[in-house]
Every structure is written in C-alpha cells, then in structure tokens.
Write a protein that binds this ligand. Sequence first.
Ligand code: GDP
Ligand code: MN
Length: 397
Amino acid sequence: MNIHEYQGKALLSQYGVPIQRGLLATTPDEAVHAATLMQEQTGTGWWVVKAQVHAGGRGKGGGIKLAKSLDQVQELSSQILGMQLVTPQTGAVGKKVHSVLITEDVYAPGPTPIQEFYLSVLLDRAKGGFVMVYSPEGGMDIEEVAEKHPEKIYREWIDPTIGFQAYQARRVALNLGLKGQAFKQMVVFCQKLVQAFEGVEASLFEINPVLKTSDDRILAVDAKVNIDDNALMRVPEIASMHDPREEDPTELKAASFNLNYVKLDGNVGCMVNGAGLAMATMDMIQLSGGSPANFLDVGGTASAERVAQAFNIILEDPNVRAILVNIFGGIVRCDRVANGIVEACKSLGDLRVPLIVRLQGTNATEAKAILEASGLPIRAAITLEDAAKAVSDSLKA
Ligand code: GDP
Ligand code: MN
C-alpha cells in the first residue's frame, strides 16, 4: 500500500528521523494558515507548496513550488489544489491534487554548501534481507544515475539476524563524503530510518532527496513509503492511511467484489480461475496476436453472479475488443460454470465484444454443449489452441 508524502514523513518523525516539517492543507486559506504556523514554529520566511499525490516526479510536473510570501502561498496553493498533475510517473491523464503540504524552506544558504543525497531501504528478495541503496547524486532521477554512473550507487545489505550495524551507518556517511557534525547526523539518520522501516512493516522507503542543510543538519525532504500489504493487520493505524482516491476506480470496484483484478493496457479481457492459469492465459493471448487488457483471477467460485460482476469490470475498459474466459474445472464443475456464464450473458444483454470460452476439466464436453445450445454468440473451446485461434480470429474480424 502506498501512502502520501505527509503521512510517510509523520511516520519517519515518530521514529526520530529528522524531516523537513510541514502542515497539510486542502484549501488556499488553510494553506496560508499552515504557512503562518510554520513560520511561528520554524522561523522560516519561505515555504514550499507540495502537491500530495501517489506519484514521484512532482517537482518536474509543476506540483512543487517555492513561495516567498504568504500571498504567494495563497496563489500557488490555489493553482496546485484541484489541478490534474501530470508527472513522469502518472501517465498522461495525471492525478488530481486533493491536498498540499506546506513545508518550511530548508534550502536557505549558510556556512556550508547544501547537498542532496538519495537514500532508500527496500527488500532484497534474492538475498533474503533488507538493503539500503544510496547515492551522493540525490534530488534527481535515480534511474538516470544508475544508467550513466552506476559507480555512484552504493548498497549496504542488512542481515536480518543481527540488524543494521553502526559501522554500516558510518560507511554510508563516509561514502556520501560527509564530515564532522553532518557525518554524525547521517549515522543517526540511517539507524533511525532502518528502525522506522522495520517498525512500520514497510517494503520500500525512498527518501530523495535527503538534504544536508547549510548548517549541517540531515533532513528527509521527500518520503516515498510503501507498506507491505500482507502486514497491514499488524499496523492498523497505518492501514487507515489508505487513500482510495489514489487508486484505479475499476480496481477498487473489483476489490469490493473480492476479484483479483489488475488493469493492463491491451485489448483482450480475460477471466480465469487461479493466478497461475491467469498468467499462462495472458501469455497465450500475447502469442495469438492480442495483448491482455487485464489480469483477473475469479478464484474458486464461478457462480453466475460472480461471472456477471467480472464481465462488468472487464467491459468498463473501452480498449477491450474480445473476452476470453479460461476456466479449469477441478473442484468446480465445467457444466455449472457454463450455466453461470449463460445466465450472466442473458442478464447483461449485449456484451458488445466477442466472447470466447474455454472450459476444461470435469464435464468439459457437457459444458461445451450447454454453451453451444444457449443461442448466445459464444465461441466455445476445449483446448488452448482452439481458444487461441478464436481470440486471433475475433481480433481480425
Ligand atoms: P518529487 O519531485 O515528487 O520527488 O518531490 P520532492 O519532495 O523530492 O521535491 C522535488 C524538489 O523540490 C527537490 O528535489 C528540491 O529540489 C525541491 N525542494 C523541496 N523542498 C525544498 C525546499 O525546502 N526549498 C527549496 N528551495 N527547494 C525544495
Ligand atoms: Mn523526491
């Protein structure tokens, strides 16, 4: 589960990780009020207005602006609130901005030059542990750094049995080129960051940039936090940070029906029982010249109601030009599934696209007969080859 920057920073702060402070606002007036409070608390006279959406690259998309007066806070907040923010990570449609974080400006010049670093903690599945990935080249696209200057990306693996060691934190500070007070602060920053990562059951913390201020403090300026969905029941206060406005509406609807649905950008909708078979079906669609419009695992129960819900979800996608149902009748009998499909089709009326149904397993032959006798424009198949051919025929038609 993804959370917003302001929520991620609140979690970091709870664990003692120093952050660029801010207050949330949902209207321009609230933003001005927040800026006034920020000024009282931090003495700042410049503020940053930061769009809160689940996507990075907000700065590039115009969702992060520096305000040098309260009037500018008002003006920039009214520009950013309600805008459809397009960043390199949102896709062309962008994301609607419902709130802004008004932060102190922490880039003020001072005795030493400011520096931006990249620092993340994530799961390394291959090594069975966590890894801290960091670079002195922060603030910008880390993918670009990885491509052009891979030698500037460092890794520190964390052994889960002994945890993150102090010498590792010192190595991070050293590789980032820090000295004196900033070095010490970075060591503590890394240690607390790992504690926070483990404490909130995260699967990703990406802090870009981590800032060394001109008075040698180390602060988290950004916070991209992803929480492990499977651990949400252990952290209910974090589960409640879920913001459904950030999710794809069709995926939310599918989740409410307990359907395992992921939208993709192809043209063949598919409905399958079992995740493995769903993956294989998507491959098959690709091989037959189409591309999958979605991943959809309906699970073990393929009742008429469930099939109808699944069809509705698939048909919400205007790119869908054919639907392939691929169900293996092991526990559930194919003839029952066939009856379910026929009933669902009748209740939905015109499906608008060709429907190809492959039922294999217990009573597959009876199922094919039921589909063919239904009088509905369903192309029934038993073998995968048959189904694949039907898919490619319907795309050519
Ligand atoms: P992202 O673009 O979504 O990654 O959002 P960030 O929170 O990382 O902010 C983007 C950029 O805004 C940073 O890399 C900084 O260059 C800039 N920025 C953030 N906070 C401040 C600030 O306090 N003062 C100034 N001058 N710039 C800031
Ligand atoms: Mn960032």
